[in-house]
Write a protein that binds this ligand. Structure first.
Ligand SMILES: *[C@@H]1O[C@H](CO)[C@@H](O)[C@H](O)[C@H]1NC(C)=O
Ligand SMILES: *[C@@H]1O[C@H](CO)[C@@H](O)[C@H](O)[C@H]1NC(C)=O
Length: 327
C-alpha cells in the first residue's frame, strides 16, 4: 500500500519542491493543501496527480481533516503572504507595527499546523519549515526579526506537544537565489551608463551569506529529513557567498562587465522597503554576525545527510536572466 505525504503550502516554492520530489518517489501519494482548489496553480497540481484539498492555516478543523491518513506532513507558514494581504493592515491593533502583527498571525498558524499534525495518531513524521531563533542566538541584538522568530517559537510549541513526541523534525530554508534578482529588490543587478552591472546590498561585500536553490533542492532535503531520525534539524543551505561573489559569478555567467557592490545602511533599506526592508536587512546582518542558523549546535547540514546542493554558479548556468539583462 502506498504511503501518503500531505504538503501544506503546495502552491508555494518550498511546498512545490516537496510535492515534485514525492510525485517521483515510488510508493508515495501526494496530497496538497490549498486555500483555493479552483486556482490555476491548484489545478495544475491536480493535473500532475496530486490530490488537492482545501484548508486554511487559520482554521484547525480544516487542517485536521486535510491531514487525515498522513504518514508524513510537511508544514510551512509564510510571513510574506500575511504581509501582502491587504486585510492585515485593517486587522492589526492600532499603533501595532505591521510586521509584529504578521509575527502573531504566522506563529498562530505554526501552532495550528502542529496541533493538527499532533491529532493524527498514525503519523510517522511532521516536518516543519523553520528558521533560527534570532532574538535568542543574537543574545537580544536582533529582537525584531519577526519572520524568523515566529517560526522558531512555533518549533518550541510543536516540541511541547505529547502527540508529536518522536515525530517532529525541522528544516531551515536559506535565502532563495531567485530573491536576489526576481523580486525587483535593490539586489537585482542593474546596468549603468558605463555598461557595467552593480548591485545594492547591506553589510560587508565580502562576508558570506547563506543562499540556496530552494525550488530545486528543498524537496530532496525534506525527503532526507523524513528518512532520518526524529528531532533532525537540517539547514538546507546551498551556497555561502558574499555580495561580491554573487556579482562576480553572475557577471561571469552572463558574460557582462562587473561594476561593483554598493553597501546601503539598514535605515536606507527600511525607508526604501517599509516592513520588508528591516526583515531582509537584519536577516542578512544576523547571518553575517551570528550565522544564518544562529550556529545552533543541533543543526546539521546537507552533506551530513548525503545531499548534493546546487551552487550559485550552477544556478546561474541553468537560469534565464534575459528579463534583467539590458543588452
Ligand atoms: C479561487 O480561485 C478562482 C480562480 O482563480 C477565483 O475565481 C476565486 O475567486 C477564488 N476564490 C477565492 C475564495 O479566493
Ligand atoms: C527562542 O528565544 C527565546 C528568547 O531567548 C526563548 O524564550 C525561546 O525558548 C527560544 N526558543 C528556541 C527554540 O531556541
Amino acid at each position: 500500500m502506498s504511503k501518503l505525504i500531505v504538503v501544506a503550502g503546495i502552491t508555494g516554492v518550498q511546498g512545490g519542491s516537496v510535492a515534485r520530489t514525492y510525485l517521483n518517489a515510488p510508493g508515495w501519494k501526494v496530497r496538497g493543501v490549498t486555500r483555493n482548489k479552483s486556482s490555476d496553480s491548484a489545478k495544475s497540481w491536480e493535473f500532475k496527480g496530486v490530490e488537492m484539498v482545501e484548508a486554511n492555516l487559520d482554521d484547525v478543523t480544516s487542517l485536521k481533516s486535510a491531514f487525515q491518513g498522513a504518514d508524513i506532513i510537511f508544514g510551512v507558514t509564510d510571513f510574506w503572504t500575511i504581509f501582502k494581504d491587504p486585510e492585515s493592515i485593517t486587522k492589526k491593533k492600532p499603533g501595532q507595527d505591521i510586521t509584529e502583527y504578521c509575527f502573531e498571525v504566522e506563529l498562530q498558524q505554526g501552532k495550528n499546523l502542529a496541533d493538527s499534525a499532533a491529532s493524527i495518531p498514525a503519523l510517522d513524521r511532521y516536518i516543519f519549515s523553520s528558521m533560527a531563533n534570532a532574538t535568542h542566538w543574537s543574545k537580544g541584538k536582533y529582537r525584531e526579526l519577526y519572520h524568523m522568530d515566529s517560526k522558531a517559537l512555533a518549533v518550541d510549541y510543536a516540541k511541547s506537544l505529547p502527540g508529536l513526541k518522536e515525530k517532529f523534525s525541522q528544516i531551515q530554508a536559506p535565502i532563495y537565489f531567485n530573491l536576489l534578482w526576481e523580486w525587483s529588490l535593490p539586489t537585482t543587478p542593474v546596468k549603468n551608463l558605463d555598461g557595467t552591472y552593480r548591485i545594492k546590498g547591506i553589510g560587508s561585500g565580502d562576508l558570506p551569506i547563506s543562499f540556496g536553490h530552494v525550488a530545486k533542492d528543498f524537496g530532496p532535503c525534506v525527503q532526507a529529513v523524513a528518512n532520518a531520525k526524529p528531532n533532525t534539524n537540517l539547514f538546507a543551505v546551498g551556497d555561502e557567498i558574499s555580495w561580491n561573489q554573487y556579482l562576480d559569478t553572475w557577471c561571469e555567467s552572463q558574460s557582462v562587465l562587473k561594476g561593483g557592490y554598493d553597501e546601503h545602511s539598514l535605515d536606507w533599506w527600511m525607508e526604501t522597503l517599509p516592513g520588508l526592508g528591516r526583515e531582509f536587512g537584519e536577516n542578512v546582518l544576523f547571518s553575517m554576525e551570528f550565522g544564518y542558523d544562529g550556529k545552533d549546535p543541533s543543526v546539521i547540514r546537507p552533506p551530513q545527510l548525503g545531499l548534493k546542493m546546487t551552487t550559485f554558479k550552477e544556478y546561474c548556468a541553468e537560469t534565464d536572466f534575459s528579463r534583467i539583462l539590458q543588452r
